[in-house]
Design a protein around this ligand. Sequence first.
Ligand SMILES: [Zn+2]
Length: 96
Amino acid sequence: MAALTRDFEAIVEANALVAVDDEHDPEGSSTAFERAHVASLLAQAREHLAELDLAVERLASGAYGRCEVCGEPIPAARLEVRPAATTCVGCAGRTP
Ligand SMILES: [Zn+2]
C-alpha cells in the first residue's frame, strides 16, 4: 500500500510539472520533440495510474498480491518494484 501511494504521488507531481511547463512555453525553448516526449511520459503516467486504480480495487476485494495466471502469491519484492503487477515473475515472462 505504501508503494502504491508513493507511485500515485509521483504521478500527481509529474502532472503538476507538465501543467507548469505548458504555462511557460512562450519563450519557445520547448521543442516539438520535448513536447512529444513530455506527452508520452504523461500518457505512460496516466496508463500507470489506471493500473494503480485497478490495484487498489484488488486490494479492496482481497485479490491483490495474487498472480492472475497461476493464482500463487506474488513475492513482496516484486510488488515493491511493480506495485501494480498482476502476475508473478514466471507468468509475466510467459504472457506478453
Ligand atoms: Zn503466476
